[in-house]
Design a protein around this ligand. Structure first.
Ligand code: IMP
Length: 426
């Protein structure tokens, strides 16, 4: 396996947690490199359901080093809750390392997120309101507070006082919302620092040393390509880079250290939050996908918008991330549909576009061009190899691979770790 970057190719929620968990078996080190607790991974092992937001799902194996990289923004309260939950299940967290350089989310970030969303009215982004965007804004504005600052009591007091003053001015005067109490936040966060300081480490040293020793390292992205700040459906995106290149920045490694990139895609498409979605189905087929696929957000519980597989997006994700392979998840959700469809291009003012447009105005006018194929009725949740799948399901996968332009390495046919068909040697 050596070094593999695993990313989402759509709008997040592609089932990366399950694929990470599956690949983690072979990995020695698992690194989460961007995003925050806007993400949510559901992993099912031995019928137990684990919901993780910040800690890589590799933690469920007891012998792996799990890392939260510098590109992640951390809400300490959420992280501590996650650590406590894992410990209560008897899962040790001693192998967790948190980057000194990861930025910290404070209560004023969440208030700012909520206030900004409310002020946008019908133009809201539909954020998770977890303070992710404002934390990244502070990082870029060079006023952010990092884990290394959090665990330094004096540094924290100085930086926090400066920030709270400015944030309270903005929250109360611009947005007319409540501010935060400096002393209370300081005390709470000093408590968090006490709990978390044993995990804080120099992550680039650990990761580069592991690579040097020939260990298998898995870099897991959160969200997906179309939520990328630079390459997603801007402005309806998250504030970090879920694409593969960001693994280098977020983990502190050079591009020469990456061997392979694997993109995860659902056998159909989903999206939460606002923004254009060309293959969206507002009919009973979309509802069927939502019901069969349990398409409700792990983090916010919001119903996800559902639609057909979009090959234009598939090709785009292959290009932006330099994908070697696709992993197709939740194929079982499509069982029972008489016909299945794949979008191969967008009809736009008399032309057919085959490349994903940058302009949202253009995208919102695009109508999908579909190829229709016969579906399959069989239950595929016990298929262990490609040959166990119905011929129509295999044809559907072959066509996805052709349209996207990369081979398929893995197929998910159910939520359990065991319900996975491997079709390439990763
Ligand atoms: P934020 O990341 O909370 O700022 O939200 C920005 C956009 O990204 C919104 O449309 C969210 O619904 C979406 N988003 C953020 N995290 C995830 C995720 O893990 N899965 C799917 N959508 C997400």
């Amino acid at each position: 396996m050596s070094t593999v970057v695993l990313i989402g190719t759509q709008w997040g929620d592609e089932g990366k947690g399950k694929v990470t968990d599956f690949l983690a078996e072979k990995a020695d080190v698992i690194v989460r490199y961007q995003g925050g607790n806007n993400a949510g991974h559901t992993v099912v092992v031995d019928d137990k359901v684990y919901k993780l937001h910040l800690i890589p799902s590799g933690i469920l194996y007891q012998d792996k080093t799990c890392i939260i990289g510098s590109g992640v923004v951390i809400d300490p309260a959420v992280l501590i809750r996650e650590l406590e939950t894992l410990e209560s299940y008897g899962i040790s967290t001693v192998n967790l390392k948190i980057s000194q350089r990861a930025h910290v989310i404070f209560p004023y970030h969440k208030l700012q997120d909520q206030a900004e969303e409310a002020s946008k009215g019908k133009n809201k982004i539909g954020t998770t309101c977890r303070g992710i965007g404002p934390a990244y804004m502070d990082k870029s504005a060079r006023i952010g507070i990092r884990m290394i600052d959090l665990i330094d009591q004096d540094e924290l007091a100085v930086l926090l006082e400066r920030n709270v003053e400015g944030k309270n001015r903005m929250l109360t005067r611009v947005y007319g919302s409540e501010g935060v109490d400096y002393k209370a936040v300081l005390e709470t966060y000093r408590g968090y620092a006490d709990t978390l300081k044993k995990y804080v480490a120099d992550v680039p040293v650990i990761v580069n040393e592991a690579i040097k020793q020939g260990k298998n390292v898995l870099f897991e992205g959160a969200q997906g390509t179309l939520l990328d700040l630079d390459y997603g459906t801007y402005p309806f995106v998250t504030s970090s880079n879920p694409t593969a290149g960001a693994a280098c920045i977020g983990a502190g490694i050079g591009p020469t250290k990456i061997d392979r990139v694997l993109g995860v895609a659902k056998a159909y498409t989903t999206r939460v939050g606002e923004g254009p979605f060309p293959t969206e189905l507002k009919d009973e087929v979309g509802a069927y996908m939502r019901d069969q696929g349990g398409e409700f957000g792990t983090t916010t519980g919001r119903p996800r918008r559902c639609g057909w597989f979009d090959g234009v997006i598939g090709r785009y994700a292959v290009r932006i991330n330099g994908l070697d392979y696709l992993a197709i998840t939740k194929l079982d959700v499509l069982s029972g549909l008489e016909k299945v469809r794949i979008c191969t291009g967008y009809k736009y003012r008399g032309d057919v576009l085959t490349d994903f447009p940058a302009s949202l105005k253009v995208l919102s006018e695009c109508a999908p061009v579909y190829e229709e194929m016969p579906g399959w009725r069989e239950d595929i949740t016990t298929a262990g190899k490609l040959e166990d799948l119905p011929a129509n399901a295999r044809k559907y996968l072959e066509r996805i691979s052709e349209v996207a332009g990369v081979p398929i390495a893995l197929i998910g046919v159910g939520s359990k770790r065991s319900q996975t068909i491997l079709t390439a040697n990763l």
